[in-house]
Design a protein. Structure first.
Length: 544
């Protein structure tokens, strides 16, 4: 027997229509590439998204064809989120931090038909457009008078002139909710990137789940700053959850330095911000010397890589901002877990609460997870056993676009490549990437734990731990350290610092290497593969 409820497919177009109807006067603020501040409303987003959809119809783009973006977080990019997917095409966000050759490969693999870009990325487009024969139309996200006299890109048009002649009335097609809506390629640290192809259903369900009180807890009373890029897994789904809840959105554009982010937070009364640790490190680095405080910011979600304890403490103790640790991946749309405390944990002493907050958190509804050992058997949720983390759910990929990489699932579960523990309350903690775990004398050492201790030292700006070959112990940990500007610390001082922490003697690094910078990938994550390459001639003390 089937239920007798009305059938309405879960479509991205319904999100923007809802925002238009119920939160039409909600504000969208963007710092533009031009440097000024642009303001308008959810009602404007909806109207211009409909114009965009008509412009795409005018290009004779078939349903399912891809429209690519190379753009910062801003209002025009937001319109593309809804106008492209809502009209039945697929939004393909491209990370501009990738190598131009890789960008050209991705555009060709996706078979993009239209490519829209911010003017600050004109040099990238000029470098790759001749290698992108699938693209039929190039659109610069700017006013007509901002187009260069000779860009070298045939048929280049401005976004504003492209949509200007279109009426803002449009009947969104009623698609099957499993229709593809958007795609995002993995960072491709090994081999060519692979694309996760999201659906209207998966995206809408993810938007619902992300907005829940024990997840991002978004509401129409919030002013939200997504520093996490819209080209990186759909800014963690915030644009969609924002339309669903009607919160104010504040976009930083290309200005991601600490000073610019702080000034925008204060000027726009931001209550909630989201980003990776490297961005918040720049923000805190700007604030502390100047003795600055936040007036309204009360919580921030930090993901992309493990958040150092010192950063959580700084936000909470110095600025009264609650840090929500999160974990996910491109293949998960991306949210998998978020760390909010249960009621029974609120009475715990601060140091015990901190132990929980350092974990990546509890699975949100829609995500199931498990950890398995080397024998493939599921391990207990006791907070001690650690194994390979597997996930499944309605917004987790079942395969990659064009079948790249074959079938990634194992008995219906997606292997994340992370090693983790899960405690009795369901809090998951990443102990390492499976390829980064250090195996020393038959014991496993978490590189993340080693990095967090180094980051707690007042002279350390960034740290990365890798395992180096050892003739007796197989591998031993070495920590590469970037010192804070003007700060000094010696190798012996840092190794002595480890002895003051609750870490076993055999887990203390064998050496400290001071470097000018830690190599970072296109999404801000540490590239330990490159760090290992840089250290290929390095030898541990006492070995040859």
């Amino acid at each position: 027997m089937l239920g007798l409820m009305q059938h309405q497919p879960l479509l991205i177009s319904t999100l923007i229509e809802f925002a238009d109807r119920h939160h039409g006067d909600g504000e969208i603020v963007s710092r533009r590439v031009e440097g000024d501040i642009h303001r308008y409303t959810w009602r404007d987003v909806a109207a211009r998204s409909r114009r965009l959809a008509r412009a795409l119809d005018g290009e004779k783009l078939a349903p399912g064809e891809r429209v690519a973006t190379i753009a910062w977080n801003g209002y025009r990019h937001l319109e593309l989120y809804f106008g492209v997917s809502g009209s039945g095409r697929v939004l393909h966000t491209i990370n501009p931090r990738l190598h131009p050759e890789q960008i050209a490969w991705i555009v060709g693999h996706a078979e993009d038909r239209v490519l829209c870009f911010d003017m600050s990325f004109l040099p990238i487009v000029q470098a790759v457009h001749a290698k992108c024969p699938t693209v039929r139309k190039w659109v610069a996200l700017c006013d007509a008078d901002k187009l260069p006299a000779d860009s070298g890109i045939p048929g280049l048009v401005s976004y504003e002139s492209w949509i200007a002649a279109q009426p803002d009335s449009y009947h969104w097609p009623e698609l099957d909710e499993n229709t593809a809506s958007s795609m995002c390629y993995t960072s491709g640290t090994t081999g060519n990137p692979k694309a996760a192809l999201y659906s209207h259903r998966s995206t809408t369900l993810h938007a619902y789940a992300a907005a829940l009180p024990d997840v991002m807890n978004l509401s129409a009373r919030d002013s939200v700053l997504p520093v996490v890029p819209m080209f990186h897994v759909n800014a963690w789904g915030i644009p969609y959850s924002a339309a669903l809840t009607g919160c104010k959105l504040v976009f930083p554009g290309p200005a991601l330095d600490g000073k610019s982010v702080y000034e925008l937070i204060e000027a726009e009364g931001v209550t909630y911000a989201a980003g990776v640790p490297t961005v918040w490190q720049m923000l805190l680095g700007h604030m502390k010397p100047a003795g600055l405080k936040f007036s309204k910011l009360n919580r921030t979600v930090i993901g992309g890589s493990a958040c150092p304890p010192a950063m959580i403490s700084a936000f909470q103790d110095d600025y009264g901002v609650q840090v929500l640790h999160a974990w996910g991946m491109t293949e998960m749309s991306p949210l998998g877990t978020l760390c909010t405390l249960k009621n029974k944990h609120l009475a715990l002493p601060p140091e015990q609460q901190m132990k929980i907050r350092l974990k990546q958190g509890r699975a949100i509804y829609g995500v199931d997870m498990k950890i398995v050992g080397d024998d493939g058997k599921e391990l207990p949720w006791d907070g001690k056993a650690f194994g390979d983390l597997y996930v499944k759910g309605p917004w987790v990929v079942r395969e990659y676009f064009k079948g790249e990489g074959g079938d990634p699932l194992v008995d219906g579960w997606f292997p994340t490549g992370d090693v983790a523990t899960i405690d009795a309350d369901g809090y998951m903690q990443i102990t390492d990437r499976s390829k980064d775990v250090i195996k020393s004398g038959g014991e496993w050492i978490s590189s993340i734990d080693i990095e967090n201790i180094a980051m707690a030292h007042p002279a350390v700006a960034m740290a990365a731990c890798v395992g180096m070959p050892h003739p007796k112990w197989d591998e031993r940990p070495v920590v590469a350290v970037v010192k804070k500007p003007g700060a000094e610390v010696s190798k012996d001082e840092l190794l002595d610092f480890y002895k003051t922490k609750t870490v076993a003697k055999w887990q203390v690094p064998d050496d400290v290497i001071f470097v000018d910078a830690i190599p970072l990938g296109a999404t801000g994550k540490m590239l330990k593969t490159k760090l290992r390459e840089q250290l290929k001639d390095y030898r541990l003390p006492g070995t040859s």
